[in-house]
Design a protein around this ligand. Structure first.
Ligand code: KG4
Ligand code: ZN
Length: 341
């Protein structure tokens, strides 16, 4: 039934989001509230503050999207809530609200894996120009995740590689902090890098050329710290900062392209390279990845940035796909802070 609609809830990190999506992929309503202001004084996401903010805002966002969609709860085909991986406080808020609505209205409940939601976004009709077909390579590049995943079908995922230490967005944020930029530092670092020379202060490119497609970013972060300390008086000039930012970004882009190349070799049937996560907004990263994909004759597919970062449309879509397969969950389903694909 393509008319049937699913309510999706997202609260696993620092975005509070709700969306109503029709089974044919039509977005009836969506709302996202970023908690950036709440967390930026602390230079990162504070779990307790995040949980309280989700609790304060999520019920109102749900009411808002339901009104915009013009639907009563009882008219929905189901409720899908991110139930892991993520910060447990937020997961409890979102999944409990979802189960409550499901119970009150006799609706099926779907406990969605946040990574699956990111993985399937590119298959949402109308989201990308040419719809992607299975199997494809997903590069999940966010503040919390850094993985290469073979997406072979709904519910059929193989993790090809992951980070041995930090997520790539976390690496951007830490490098940005060392350069005196506010959190979250990725976008600010990209802006600063535009004025920089990436070749003046070369930085290491961890795991480049090594077999497999794992990642490691902590050594690069340490190298940024050393580069900053080596500036006269340990105080980099504006040009020093821009040069370090440019070198950092070039190193990340080169490593990502190399890892992606290895991942594609592990998935010879891939029809596309798909990116998701906030780091997918970075133009240098996109350029390097699209060149790596082109070498294999494949397109780089990037959903619009609002659907690359955390949102509830992707959660509702994963819900639609799972409901189609009859994959619903008990109301006793416990949220899972760690939940590999
Ligand atoms: O996917 P996302 O919004 O949230 C989760 O982590 O789930 O990703 C946020 C991350 C942050 O680390 C942020 O600094 C990074 O994505 N980011 C960027 C850019 N925009 C966001 N990193 C590099 N360049 C950007 N333009
Ligand atoms: Zn995410």
């Amino acid at each position: 039934d393509t008319e049937a609609a699913v309510l999706g809830l997202e609260s696993s990190c620092d975005e509070t989001a709700a969306a109503v999506l029709r089974a044919d992929g039509t977005i009836l309503a969506e709302a996202v509230l970023s908690q950036e202001k709440e967390h930026s004084p602390y230079g990162g996401v504070v779990p307790e503050i995040a949980a309280r903010a989700h609790l304060e805002h999520l019920p109102r966002l749900v009411a808002q999207v339901m009104e915009k969609a013009g639907l009563e709860f009882s008219q929905l085909a189901g409720i899908a809530a991110t139930s892991g991986p993520g910060l447990i406080g937020g997961l409890i808020v979102g999944s409990t609200l979802g189960k409550g609505i499901a119970l009150a209205h006799g609706l099926p409940f779907v406990a969605v894996n946040h990574l699956e939601a990111h993985a399937l976004t590119a298959t949402l009709p109308g989201v990308v120009e040419t719809p992607v077909r299975f199997p494809y390579l997903l590069l999940l590049l966010s503040g919390g995740h850094c993985q290469c995943v073979a997406v072979e079908g709904v519910g059929r995922y193989r993790r090809l590689g992951t980070t041995l230490d930090d997520a790539v967005g976390e690496a951007f944020d830490k490098a940005a902090k060392l350069l005196g930029l506010p959190w979250p530092g990725g976008p600010a670092l990209e802006r600063l890098a535009k004025a920089g020379n990436p070749a003046r202060i070369p930085l290491p490119r961890p795991l480049l050329g090594r077999p497999g497609c794992d990642f490691s970013w902590s050594g690069l972060k340490t190298a940024v710290a050393h580069a900053v300390a080596r500036c006269p008086g340990g105080a980099p000039s504006d040009q020093d900062k821009a040069d370090i930012a440019a070198a950092f970004q070039a190193a990340v882009a080169a490593v990502l392209a190399d890892r992606a190349k290895h991942a594609l070799a592990m998935l010879p049937e891939a029809t596309a390279m798909v990116v998701a996560g906030g780091v997918a907004a970075n133009q240098a990263v996109r350029g390097a990845l699209s060149a790596a994909a082109a070498k294999r004759g494949l397109p780089l597919v990037a959903p619009p940035i609002r659907l690359c970062t955390d949102n509830a449309v992707m959660v509702a879509w994963a819900g639609v796909e799972r409901l189609r397969l009859g994959l619903t969950d008990e109301l006793g389903h416990a949220p899972r802070p760690r939940w590999p694909l």
